[in-house]
Design a protein around this ligand. Structure first.
Ligand code: MIG
Length: 808
């Protein structure tokens, strides 16, 4: 056996051309996989599950085994290893990896030998320290995902860079943005698969951009370390990816209500007035967000005593009206002896340093600042304790901003050193996880301090795995139509990448919305997982009532509708916490192989949960083409049923965002409330009759504590058996007690006059039903196609915790 060269001795600066993984030399068995040598570079294959295989390739002596993102371990799935003269074969119950010997290249196949994904001839190569894996483009292949990226749904033909950046006022082509999620899903008939590159250095993804041969992914340095995931659908691939990188815990229920933000509300009187106005105007809302002006000269962990002389008084007062407070948290700590966070930070030696040991200083809001090294466990623990005062005052939401790291000049020195969990690294490796680890520390700290209550945590910068700790918003968007649609697409993309709790600044952060734009943005955002309006300093007022009565009415309608949907939405969050399935679902999730989904006319459309189709449209378009996928669809406003698998033209005046409900679905709903803290006595089930059957898992709990993790929740499976005109509701599962006394059954799309509930006949009453208050000005009473005129049948029955069977 020839001895492999000592590769770490190969001087990289002399290497000017690309060099690939060489010929196979030897291999050995390791737990759950194999490790091998080639004439240039080593490889390692680990089987994580029957569908997930990790491939690591290095030109160093050792493989590294540290990851911030991956929390799964190989689960000892069985695989068979076969050797032939030309290759090695690793076969699981669902797929196989063929490793050719001359040279070492990888081909990922199904059990019939059909290629899911395979190396290009270049395989894995190095140019200096930069390492790239090249994959052959498959016929008709499309690429989706990659998290917070601009561009179209189908990323074929484009290239992207991952390098977390403060992208103020970005546009539809800006790259990179604030977060890195180096995970994509490949789609080519009949396959769907995922690739996650677990390397935090600056990375590049090329999906056949400027070439017609390969899709490649590279990292500036470090190992080639990636996971191949095979799934029979996009949702299964998402399930695999979130099995690796984790899923969210349930956020507090209030945080999925409407949040009103502003850069910045101050003084305290203004905060109070805004809260009060929501109640006076009967517009639901759950949170007011305090931006940087609540602090004393932008210093984190302080309050501006002049404008917020009694934060506890303020927080208590608005809490009485059902509002929570979310506060801005910036990572920069002002260099100012005598300022507690600074003194204590110095004492505990928590700050990022230059190689000579001097604390790095960068300039940001407070002036010259140091920055805690969140990649060091002791520093995360230190930061985590700092929230004590905020928590004692009653703050329940925390907003991590500027954590790319953003500093004036935007050129963080490369030689800054990060602890990186004891594996000292420069900024080149640490940068992309700084925001992720800051958000983690804030979450872990506030969770501990809040003593059983759930904190709400939000971050701007993040990396794969962030869903375990935080919601993510898309940063400084701009107030124009195209940006509104871009935000929808980014949230769709983040959903494909494991981040179920994501949203954008409704109304647009930079610049100023006009009345129509604001109304449309709120309408769309009421179907976003994270729902917040926000706007920049020195711009016009931007609350739902700031644009005149008509816009106020539209905002009220849609915000109320979101609150009516809350039982459905909360169940979707539960699903996300269990399976990783996003709340806002790109159509590519359910209809991956339908080319219409990727058409630029329709690629902003999404499903909000399994049953609600949202077609975002510009504010000034009164007519729009909508793609209805397979199945039948109820127009939300009129109840008119359209058959799917077609493109239709629908009216989209400003008060009416095109929204459709899938026939054959059941939506658990409630009455609109001023905020999420109001308990309901009636469980409302909207049944949209149709020929397709469906299942929906209803989930509820106290909405505020972690008791659900010990069984204090309640679940009921709602099954719609279309061909039998029957609904089956399983008995309550779990120990959480609701206040339900009755069930209101609302049947859409049927002529029957009676239903039977567990054998008791019940007359149905006929209703003209509306989810919305009619906006007469826009809905001439005589127009049969107007909102608020749907004919539905209604019955109210006693609530029962045991099995319920409803037939008609
Ligand atoms: O330099 O805190 O993206 O939402 O209002 C700007 C002020 C800092 C950037 C955030 C934005 C926030 C703003 N922040």
């Amino acid at each position: 056996m020839p001895k492999p060269p000592n590769l770490s001795m190969i001087s990289t600066f002399k290497q000017s051309t690309s060099k690939s993984l060489g010929k196979f030399l030897s291999y050995q068995n390791i737990p759950s996989g194999i490790k091998g040598e080639s004439t240039y570079g080593k490889f390692r294959v680990i089987v994580y599950s029957e569908s997930i295989i990790r491939i690591s390739i290095t030109s160093d002596e050792q493989f590294e085994d540290f990851s911030y993102s991956v929390i799964a371990n190989p689960n000892e799935d069985k695989f068979e290893l076969t050797e032939t003269e030309s290759h090695l074969e690793i076969r699981t119950a669902v797929c196989q990896l063929i490793i050719s010997r001359e040279p070492v290249r990888f081909s990922f196949q199904d059990l019939q030998g059909r290629v899911i994904n395979e190396d290009d001839n270049f395989g894995t190569s190095w140019i200096g320290e930069q390492v790239t894996t090249y994959k052959k483009l498959q016929p008709g292949e499309r690429f989706i995902g990659l998290g917070e990226k601009t561009g179209p749904l189908d990323r074929k033909g484009a290239a992207y860079e991952n390098w977390n950046s403060d992208a103020y006022a970005y546009n539809k082509g800006t790259d990179p943005l604030y977060s890195s999620m180096p995970f994509y899903i490949g789609v080519h008939h009949p396959f769907t698969y995922g690739i996650f590159l677990d390397n935090t250095h600056k990375s590049f993804f090329n999906f056949g951009a400027s070439n017609n041969r390969f899709a490649s992914f590279s990292a500036d340095a470090g190992e080639m370390d990636y996971y191949l995931m095979y799934g029979n659908s996009v949702s299964e691939v998402i399930r695999h990816y979130t099995a690796l990188t984790g899923r969210m815990e349930l956020p507090p229920l209030w945080s999925i209500g409407y949040q009103q933000c502003r850069y910045s509300y101050y003084p305290d009187k203004e905060v109070f007035a805004v809260a009060q106005t929501f109640r006076e105007k009967d517009i639901p809302a759950d949170a007011i967000v305090l931006d940087i002006h609540y602090m004393d000269r932008y210093k984190i962990f302080t309050w501006d005593e002049k404008h917020f002389s009694d934060p506890k008084g303020l927080i208590d007062a608005i809490k009485k009206q059902g509002f929570r407070v979310v506060i801005m948290c910036d990572p920069g700590i002002k260099v100012e002896p005598g300022y507690d966070a600074y003194d204590d930070g110095i004492k505990n030696d928590v700050f990022l340093k230059y190689p000579d040991g001097e604390n790095y200083q960068g300039q940001v809001w407070p002036g010259w600042c140091h920055f805690p090294d969140f990649t060091k466990p002791a520093v995360r623990a230190w930061w985590a304790t700092k929230f004590k005062d905020y928590v004692e005052l009653g703050v329940e939401g925390f907003w991590n901003d500027m954590n790319e790291i953003a500093t004036w000049g935007n050129a963080l020195p490369e030689n800054i050193e990060f602890d990186f969990e004891g594996n000292k690294a420069t900024m080149r490796r640490g940068r992309n996880v700084f925001g992720f680890q800051m958000a983690r520390s804030t979450y872990e700290g506030t969770k501990k301090l809040m003593n059983g209550k759930r904190p709400f945590n939000l971050t701007r910068s993040s990396f794969s795995g962030i869903q375990r700790y935080s919601a993510v918003w898309t940063g400084d968007n701009v107030a124009y139509d195209e940006h509104m649609l871009l935000g929808v697409r980014i949230v769709n993309s983040m959903g494909l990448t494991g981040v179920a709790f994501a949203g954008y600044d409704a109304g647009g952060f930079v610049g100023e919305a006009n009345p129509k734009l604001f109304a449309r943005w709120i309408s769309i955002a009421s179907f976003a997982p994270f729902f917040r309006a926000h706007s920049m300093i020195n711009t016009r007022d931007s609350e739902p009532w700031s644009y005149g009565e008509e816009v106020e009415g539209i905002c009220r309608n849609y915000i109320k509708f979101r609150y009516q949907l809350m039982p459905y939405i909360y169940s979707l969050f539960y699903d996300a916490s269990q399976t990783g399935m996003p709340v806002q679902r790109s159509l590519a999730i359910h209809y991956a192989h339908d080319p219409r989904v990727y058409n630029g006319l329709y690629h902003n459309q999404y499903l909000f949960g399994p049953s609600i189709l949202v077609a975002p449209v510009e504010s000034n378009k009164e007519l729009v083409k909508v793609f209805l996928p397979d199945g039948d669809w109820f127009d939300l406003y009129t109840g008119r049923v359209f058959s799917g698998d077609q493109e239709i033209i629908v009216d989209s005046p400003i008060h009416r965002l095109p929204v459709f409900i899938k026939a054959g679905s059941v939506l658990p709903m409630q009455y609109a409330t001023a905020h999420t803290g109001i308990r309901q006595k009636e469980w409302i089930l909207h049944i949209f009759c149709g020929k397709d059957p469906s299942d929906f898992l209803y989930y509820t709990d106290d909405g505020q504590t972690f008791d659900y993790q010990n069984g204090k929740s309640m679940k009921r499976l709602i099954q719609y058996l279309a061909s039998e005109n029957k609904i089956l509701i399983s008995a309550e599962d779990g120990s959480y007690q609701t206040d339900f006394k009755t069930i209101k059954i609302v049947l859409h799309g049927t002529d029957v006059n009676e239903i039977s509930c567990n054998g008791d006949q019940q007359k149905l009453t006929h209703h003209v039903h509306s989810f919305f208050s009619p906006l007469e000005k826009y809905d001439p009473i005589n127009d049969p196609d107007t909102m608020g005129e749907e004919n539905v049948k209604v019955a109210v029955i006693d609530y029962s915790k045991s099995k319920i069977e409803i037939t008609w």
